[in-house]
Design a protein around this ligand. Structure first.
Ligand code: AMP
Length: 128
């Protein structure tokens, strides 16, 4: 089934400049900005500029140039916000929620870059 993209979602409005954002990095195909309700000392969202609902949509339909740009933008953000272990940062976690089970709120692909403290277990144990 093809994905339908809702161009009224909040990140589409950010990309059109209709609402403000606190930008960390902008590249030809990607935008990174601070999450409005951070859940860790470092909480940055990285989005592609293209109209993709989630990661599998992006992986299937984005161009190689978009995918390369987006992947490198995420890595660059990790360095810029000083969480990349290879640059003496304390580490980070990348999360990309999709759909109902993933509890995705905004239907435009985004990767959360989280860090700045020890983040704890990835998920509660399956049988908790
Ligand atoms: P998700 O649940 O993965 O869809 O996450 C959506 C994220 O978008 C949440 O962490 C929100 O805090 C964040 N968010 C919603 N509106 C904005 C906004 N205007 N600027 C920055 N982050 C936002």
């Amino acid at each position: 089934m093809a994905y339908a993209y809702d161009d009224q979602n909040i990140f589409a409005k950010i990309l059109r400049g209709e609402i403000p954002n606190n930008t960390v990095l902008e590249t030809p195909h990607s935008l990174a900005f601070h999450d409005i309700a951070p859940q860790a000392p470092v909480h940055v969202l990285v989005i592609p500029k293209g109209a993709y609902v989630n990661y599998d949509h992006f992986a299937a339909e984005a161009s190689d140039a978009e995918i390369a740009d987006y992947t490198r933008a995420i890595g660059e953000v990790c360095k810029m916000v000083e969480v990349a272990p290879g640059n003496d940062g304390g580490g980070y976690r990348l999360i990309s929620n999709a759909g109902e089970a993933g509890v995705q709120e905004v239907p435009h692909l985004h990767v959360h870059v989280l860090g700045g403290r020890v983040l704890g277990r990835m998920l509660k144990k399956f049988d908790d």
